[in-house]
Design a binder for this molecule. Structure first.
Ligand SMILES: [Zn+2]
Length: 256
């Protein structure tokens, strides 16, 4: 597959946003490899734009308004990241993603790269951090200018017995929940927390009954979505710093 095929497939899927066809370089990667890879990603981005513009004009295209987001790469080399951000910003795309993070570097390195790169992306366009992350990662990235996210954590970790709550992450396979009749999180408004106890969910997981995983995924997706609502509200009310501090303090309280 190349950039043209990628655009054709995404055009057929008719998603709101098509993501550029890029290379996500491995971590760690040598500087020379990284520079060559980023240059190729830039060449591919131009081909993506040409092809998507063509597709959006075709009579039988389902979503003729399909947007194209470019993807910033450069690993942990800040100068390569910044240079690439400048080049793709000039292409005037609908939005921009930061890719190639959360691939093995430390959280501190990831936050640093976001901090260095975001100022070189257009302020009026959405910024999307790909494949991130924990509730803590999201709070830190929002502070550095990221608008949206995607991540497998709420679903994959849910299937592995984990629930995200305002008091941190809990693992329902833990024996201490065997007779615990309380909901996962009493502050949560999701259907799982309204109807099922920790003990019952644990029982379902132990019995390898699929419903246990589904209830946890439902709760986790609700938790993440609700947190994003809270974040938007806190930003609108100019109290994001205070909100973030409280939320982070909550995550490290040991859940009861
Ligand atoms: Zn819940």
């Amino acid at each position: 597959m190349g950039p043209e095929e990628s655009m054709q497939i995404q055009s057929n899927l008719a998603s709101t946003i098509a993501m550029a066809f890029d290379e996500c370089p491995p971590y760690p990667a040598a500087r020379e490899y990284m520079q060559n890879s980023v240059d190729r990603t830039t060449r591919w981005l131009k081909r993506c734009r040409t092809e998507l513009t063509r597709l959006n004009q075709l009579e039988d295209t389902i979503n003729k308004e399909q947007m194209l987001f470019g993807i910033n790469q450069g690993g942990t080399f800040e100068d390569i990241r910044i240079e690439h951000a400048k080049v793709i910003s000039e292409m005037d795309l609908n939005g921009y993603a930061i890719g190639g993070l959360a691939v093995g570097e430390t959280h501190a390195q990831m936050y640093h790269i976001i901090e260095e790169t975001v100022p070189y992306l257009p302020l009026e366009k959405p910024v999307y951090l790909m494949g991130v992350g924990t509730p803590e990662n999201i709070l830190e990235a929002v502070e550095r200018g990221v608008d949206f996210f995607d991540c497998v954590y709420p679903s994959r970790n849910g299937r592995h017995g984990n629930a995200y709550t305002n008091r941190g992450k809990m693992n329902l396979l833990n024996a201490k929940y065997e007779l615990d009749e309380r909901p996962l999180d009493k502050e949560c408004g999701c259907p799982t927390c309204k109807m099922y106890s920790r003990a019952y969910i644990r029982h379902l997981l132990k019995a390898k009954e699929m419903l246990g995983m589904r209830l946890l995924v439902l709760h986790n997706l609700y938790f993440y979505n609700h947190m994003m609502e809270e974040i938007r509200e806190a930003i609108r009310d100019h109290r994001y710093q205070e909100y973030k501090k409280q939320k982070l303090e909550g995550f490290v309280r040991s859940e009861d």
